[in-house]
Structures are given as structure tokens and as C-alpha cells.
Design a protein around this ligand. Structure first.
Ligand SMILES: Nc1ncnc2c1ncn2[C@@H]1O[C@H](COP(=O)(O)OP(=O)(O)OP(=O)(O)O)[C@@H](O)[C@H]1O
Ligand SMILES: [Mg+2]
Length: 148
């Protein structure tokens, strides 16, 4: 079932990420969609905080995929996070293959910005989060759903 939330501030977006993290474990794929600056990386920062992984989440502009080692997780088994920005891949499936995300998916949570239509086949199901924004406003809206 699709869920929706209005996110007035970046803190609200990060808080949603922390909440979503509670549903995530090894093998789970998260596909983030939304325009530049919609808050995909901010949401990932919240997911990382919820999972308790190590290292600061940043926009992987020059690195396509960043690995965060498992840390301390209060609400479940510790799990690593792989944060991918598929923007620069531009749908290049060979480069995507080279990232070997299916191997990561054995024991990590994999979050992919700009992954819509590109990475879904890597897992049996995925959490799709769409972020949208209004011009001249900080408010974002998130719509999310597990797709089987
Ligand atoms: N409600 C909000 N939710 C998320 N970010 C917000 C919000 N209000 C303002 N911002 C700001 O918008 C920017 C969102 O940037 P972020 O890098 O998370 O977007 P992105 O979707 O990852 O962009 P890109 O496609 O370039 O990777 C940040 O500067 C953040 O502080
Ligand atoms: Mg980003």
C-alpha cells in the first residue's frame, strides 16, 4: 500500500529515513526517485542513521557507490549500507553490472539514487520512494511503497 508524507524541513526527511530503516535488513533494495535536490541524499542520511552504519553520508558525485560498514543498531542486527548514485551511470548497464550490487545485496541494505527503471531486477522486491518538491519551497512530499 502506498504511503505519503509531507516533509516541511530537511529534518523531517531525515526522520522519515530513520523510520524506513526500521523495515530494512540485509538483502533489501531501496530505489529513490525524484529531481535534483529533492532530498534523496537527505533521506539516505536518515536511513544510515537508523541502521547505525559508520561514516558520513554524502552525495557520491565522484564515487558511484559508497560502502558504509555496519555499526551499532539498536533495533535489529547490524547491517552495512551501500549508497549508490546512478545519475552518472545514465542507464549504462555494463557499468551497473561492474558495481556488483547483487553481491552487496547478500548482506547489505542497498540504496540507489536515480535507480528507477535501472536496478529493480537486482532483488525480488524493493522499497520505492518518490520525492517531489514545489518551486521556491523547502517542503518535499514522499510517496513510498514496497513493490513485490
Ligand atoms: N524538506 C526537505 N527535505 C529534504 N531536503 C530539503 C528539505 N528542505 C530543504 N532541503 C534541502 O534540499 C537539499 C536536498 O539535497 P539532497 O542532496 O538531499 O537532494 P538529492 O535528491 O540527493 O539531489 P541529487 O539528485 O543532486 O543527488 C539539501 O540542501 C537540503 O538541506
Ligand atoms: Mg543525492
Amino acid at each position: 500500500m502506498e504511503q505519503r508524507r509531507v516533509l516541511p524541513t530537511v529534518e523531517d526527511t531525515e526522520a522519515l529515513g530513520r523510520e524506513l530503516a526500521a523495515e530494512l535488513g540485509a538483502g533489501d533494495l531501496v530505489v529513490l526517485d525524484g529531481p535534483l535536490g529533492a532530498g534523496k541524499t537527505a533521506l539516505t542520511r536518515g536511513i544510515a542513521a537508523g541502521l547505525g552504519v559508520r561514516g558520513r553520508v554524502s552525495s557520491p558525485t565522484f564515487i558511484i557507490a559508497r560502502q558504509h560498514r555496519a555499526g551499532e543498531r539498536a533495533d535489529g542486527p547490524a547491517v552495512p549500507l551501500v549508497h549508490v548514485d546512478a545519475y552518472r551511470l545514465g542507464g549504462d548497464l555494463d557499468e551497473l553490472d561492474a558495481l556488483d550490487l547483487d553481491t552487496d545485496l547478500h548482506d547489505a541494505v542497498v540504496v540507489v539514487e536515480w535507480g528507477l527503471g535501472v536496478v529493480e531486477h537486482l532483488a525480488d522486491r524493493h522499497l520505492r520512494v518518490r520525492l517531489s518538491r514545489e518551486p521556491e519551497s523547502d517542503t518535499r512530499t514522499a510517496v513510498w511503497e514496497w513493490i513485490e
